[in-house]
Design a protein around this ligand. Sequence first.
Ligand code: ZN
Length: 387
Amino acid sequence: MQQKEPKLCKKCKTNNPNIIVQKDPVCKECFIGYVEHMFKMSLRLKCNITQKNEKLLVCFSGGQNSTALVKLASDVVHSTCAHNKSKMFIEVHVLYINESFIMKEFIQEYQPQDYTNFVTNECKLPFQIVDIQSIYPDPYILLQQLHNLSESGSSREDFVRLIKQHIIYDYAIKNGYQNVCFGQNGQRLAADLFSQLSKGRGLSLQSATKYNFSFIYPLNQNKLQILHPLKELLNKDILYYLRLKSNLNFPNFILGQHLSNIVKNKPAHGNIDHLLEQFIDKLQEGFPSTTFTVLSSAEKVTIKPLQQQSHCPLCLEIRDQVYNRLEVETLDNSNQQLINYLRANTKYYNKICFTCNRMLQSAQELENFYNLKGFPPLIVQIADTIQ
Ligand SMILES: [Zn+2]
């Protein structure tokens, strides 16, 4: 048998390396140092978090990425990083949207998780939980709306995502946070990009993939910045990081094992997001430059300035015109009579964008959707405000 030469970590030249970072073998300590360094640099240089006492709202979902994000933010705030202990004087607040109300309705085996111990005791960060149904005057309307949406495609997930987005922005505005931090790593952002494109959300290319993207919130004209500080990391980086850090009494939800495959595919079947996620993960395995090629191509796309910039009250993205015949054909317009009726008889039909229309196509009780009947007052107010 051939004896292998003992290798040394490329960075510290002492320890035994067992992780590959950018083609170099590095040890556990240097790997954690690398992730922490990437995070700090992203925040400072790419997300422009340079002011003292800047306030960051970190959105936590319980998944791997946002768990790593919360832990990294905590280390930076409390100067408990493994290597470079330099502290960033920022204020971090963690927001979690509790979806149990919906999950229980659609998934029998759903087990609610309590993340309070992890965020409050382990990470020592202020933590706020908001129930997803809390912005509805009558929470059962939300369930009814989800049941009315088509089971196929990803309409239900997309709708839930829009409601969560409204809760996050509203919370940020009301509590004085200009920076909203999301945990997607580069690989997730690349998959998101593909699913946005396939759903016709081309105009949100920029907001979906940039390190930082700012926009004006329609209700009070305040600026909000969406940050993606984990953009330079991949799934495997996040997994290694969490695994190496798990000696710190991490709760065992961090590897996402509490989600079985059945759960992941519900409430919709054959979910677009999931298929694309798997596709990108497969590509990434065989072709390690996939994620960065996709993301850097997306950075180069510039969006043609539109003549009128009106926004959609549901997704808050720019509402564009339908440009080509194929676009029209993807809409289920077999019932032109119904469309004409909705256009003439509902209050908001003309304000809803192409993609949100696609989300609502083949939904039941369309009239209620387009009149925003039973919707959270916040969304109705936005719809009344925008042109
Ligand atoms: Zn929309």
